[in-house]
Design a protein around this ligand. Structure first.
Ligand SMILES: NC(=O)C1=CN([C@@H]2O[C@H](COP(=O)(O)OP(=O)(O)OC[C@H]3O[C@@H](n4cnc5c(N)ncnc54)[C@H](O)[C@@H]3O)[C@@H](O)[C@H]2O)C=CC1
Ligand SMILES: O=C(CO)COP(=O)(O)O
Length: 341
């Protein structure tokens, strides 16, 4: 049974494309945002002027600044605000929920205190509600143009997975299923770090072999981290791992890549983030993952190098040189464990 009425919480680029896909598929959809004039523009001009000014949205997509109104009667609530605000925003409507309403996170970030992913935050706030995540190689600006893309819906609730597959699939968006919430979500959060690193590499004018080495070693590092955190690293072979890593490490449409590119071109972190004017989750994720890697003694040379560049003004060229002279290592640690080389 596909979804009849849904809410999207967040007025940014990804929230808007998810709302638009649902509207294209005939779902009655109410999108919540803080900005009254953007909501009016969506309702009357069918455009989100702040984030997707060139996209004509489906006229049936409606927006509101009233959170309670958005959530009331929605079978599924997509949460699409930056990770820093998920707890606060969801916390302000939990008391209005009934247990049949499902929550879906689109947010690719980490809550630092207890290293929680967003589905864990949702589950903690709403222990009786079904939870899912959506993650994959999904640059909002391409999907807005209805260019072909695919994603992953992860949930342990098979009915919810199937309903979401039915409600989001269309001729430009293909939706695959997973029951590994943690792995799918961890992939989406971690790849933002390596998109920043790839931005440095591009700004330094390094070659295609270098870019390929960085993407592949990023995957090795992500998988090593995932395994240490008790996740299934095989999930990273799918769209939410390799898929999202490749697209964000290669595309200037990725905000994280753009932050890395700006820093690699000589701008400060503050200047790069200000100029972006949108969320680049990888900047905070890098801090939290570095801390966790140090705590658990996980070998993550790219994370450590990126941290030095972003937060300690290290020269990206010196960091790159240092990475080439590490101890001899295994290519695929799952095939040849490090202690056997
Ligand atoms: N844009 C993309 O291509 C994709 C983004 N995502 C993820 O989706 C999440 C949201 O991303 P975007 O929509 O791209 O971000 P964005 O930067 O385009 O928009 C974020 C939205 O949240 C709102 N917001 C900021 N602070 C808020 C607060 N305190 N309370 C309520 N609302 C607040 C902003 O006003 C804006 O409407 C991020 O975690 C991102 O990693 C996932 C897939 C693709
Ligand atoms: O997650 C994304 C694409 O899948 C978007 O990446 P950025 O947040 O770097 O733009």
């Amino acid at each position: 049974m596909s979804i009849k009425r849904a809410a999207v919480i967040g007025g940014g680029s990804f929230g808007t494309v998810i709302a638009n896909i649902l509207a294209d598929n005939g779902v009655e959809i109410l999108q919540w945002m803080r900005n009254e004039s953007v909501a009016e523009s969506i309702n009357h001009e069918h455009v989100n002027p702040d984030y997707l000014p060139d996209t004509k949205l489906n006229p049936s997509l409606k927006a509101t600044t009233d959170l309670q109104e958005a959530v009331r009667g929605a079978e599924v609530i997509f949460v699409s605000v930056p990770s820093k605000f998920v707890r606060q925003v969801v916390g302000s409507f939990v008391d209005d929920l009934d247990p049949t309403q499902a929550l879906v996170s689109t947010t690719k970030g980490i809550e630092p205190d207890r290293f929680l992913l967003m589905s864990q935050v949702l589950q903690e706030l709403c222990p009786n509600n079904p939870v899912a995540v959506i993650s994959g190689p999904n640059l909002a600006k391409e999907i807005a143009k209805r260019e072909l893309a695919a994603t992953v819906i992860a949930s342990t609730n098979s009915d919810l997975r199937r309903n979401l597959q039915e409600s989001l699939s269309c001729n430009y968006f293909r939706v695959y299923a997973s029951d590994d919430l943690y792995g799918v979500e961890l992939g989406g959060a971690l790849k933002n770090i390596y998109a920043i690193v790839s931005g440095f590499i591009a700004a330094l004018g390094m070659g295609e072999n270098t870019k390929s080495m960085i993407i592949t070693r990023s995957l090795a590092e992500m998988s090593r981290f995932a395994e240490a955190m008790g996740a299934n690293p095989l999930t990273f072979l799918g769209l939410a791992g390799v898929g999202d890593l490749v697209v964000t490490c290669m595309s200037p449409l990725s905000r994280n890549y753009r932050v890395g590119y700006a820093i690699g071109s000589g701008q400060s972190l503050e200047e790069s983030v200000d100029e972006l004017g949108e969320v680049a989750e990888g900047v905070n994720t890098l801090r939290y993952v570095r801390e966790k890697a140090l705590e658990l003694d996980i070998y993550m040379p790219l994370v450590m190098g990126a941290y030095e560049i972003l937060f300690n003004h290290a020269d990206p060229k010196d960091v790159a040189k240092g990475l080439m002279t590490g101890a001899f290592a295994s290519d695929v640690e799952f095939a040849l464990p490090s202690h056997k080389i």
